[in-house]
Write a protein that binds this ligand. Structure first.
Ligand SMILES: Nc1nc2c(ncn2[C@@H]2O[C@H](COP(=O)(O)OP(=O)(O)O)[C@@H](O)[C@H]2O)c(=O)[nH]1
Ligand SMILES: [Mg+2]
Length: 295
């Protein structure tokens, strides 16, 4: 008997736990997560192989009203992704009331009639079992879902149930990726994303939209010297440069210390991480610079 393989993408407001869920499903950190806006800017694929079956999870930035050219491009990326997946998983946190933002996204789901639609109640660890039940009842009334599952991406509770229940919704197909793969994301992109995540965590709230990170170079260590990893941290304005660098470089040092362990895990050896801050004036609105940064 052939198995089933296919694509699922999670949608929902920012911060509902989409990227955390993808990492929990894959069992390793593929997507960066934080409570800051625009944490996810790319369509990243995570791969879960169970015997003959394979689930490919596409993590996207999520839909929102665009304010910049970058915002428009991110929305276009989400729309083209959703048009291609077999299952769309609407994420609704157990701890928040269902609001206009959620309803807007649920209405958009009608535009993808080819996909199965499932509801996922996320962050069940933050509320009581009774509250989870109430939420499930409320959600079941919103749409004729193919499946409704409550879980916690953080504790991993019922994540295996989701895997088990998604598989029957996928088309019959041989594996689409090698079973040893957990992502199609290149190590270079994972490294720059880890630095961006560390910067989002360390920095104040006004900078996240202005921040971009690129990998410049990796130089192997010779004669016992550490491998050197050169990363550019890009901001939009000169005034932001000082914030990233911090007093005597203290902020940059914190960002480096926070991201280095995960980078060493990807590269499999200790590294010297060199962060350079650069200004690309108003890059979010500039088609040429956006292209250069990969958007
Ligand atoms: N308590 C709890 N927090 C979670 C859970 N999933 C995500 N979070 C937190 O919610 C925030 C947003 O998560 P993220 O996965 O980046 O959300 P996204 O914007 O939907 O991708 C982060 O601070 C996560 O640590 C969960 O299951 N339980
Ligand atoms: Mg995300």
């Amino acid at each position: 008997m052939t198995g089933r393989s296919g694509f699922i993408s999670f949608v929902g407001r920012p911060n509902v736990g989409k990227s955390t869920l993808m990492n929990a499903l894959v069992g390793e950190k593929i997507a960066i997560t934080s409570s800051k806006p625009q944490t996810t800017r790319r369509a990243i694929r995570g791969i879960v192989t169970k015997g003959d079956d394979q689930i490919i999870i596409v993590d996207t930035p999520g839909l929102h009203r665009p304010r910049t050219l970058l915002g428009e491009r991110l929305n276009a990326l989400v729309e083209s992704t959703l048009g291609d997946v077999d299952v769309i998983g609407m994420c609704l946190p157990a701890c928040d009331p269902i609001g206009p933002g959620d309803r807007y996204i649920i209405e958009q789901l009608a535009r993808y009639p080819r996909s199965k639609r499932i509801a996922i109640v996320t962050k069940t660890d933050t509320v009581s079992p009774t509250q989870v039940l109430d939420k499930l009842t409320e959600i079941k009334d919103l749409l004729n879902w193919d499946l409704v599952v409550p879980l916690s991406g953080k504790t991993g509770d019922r994540v295996d149930v989701l895997i088990h229940e998604i598989i029957p919704l996928l088309p019959e197909s041989p594996h689409l990726y090698d079973e040893a793969d957990i992502t199609d994301e290149k190590s270079g992109d994972r490294i720059s994303e880890l630095v961006r995540e560390a910067a989002l965590e360390e920095l104040a709230d006004e900078l996240p939209h202005s921040l971009a990170v690129t990998l410049e170079d990796i130089v192997p260590g010779v004669d016992g010297a550490k491998m050197r990893v050169y990363v550019n941290v890009i901001v939009e304005r000169d005034s932001q440069k000082g914030i990233i660098i911090g007093h005597r470089g203290s902020m940059l040092r914190l960002i480096g210390e926070r991201s280095r362990p995960a980078i060493e895990k990807i590269l499999g050896e200790p590294v010297f991480l060199a962060l350079h801050v650069k200004v690309a004036k108003d890059w979010q609105r500039d088609p040429k610079q956006l292209g250069r940064l990969g958007f």
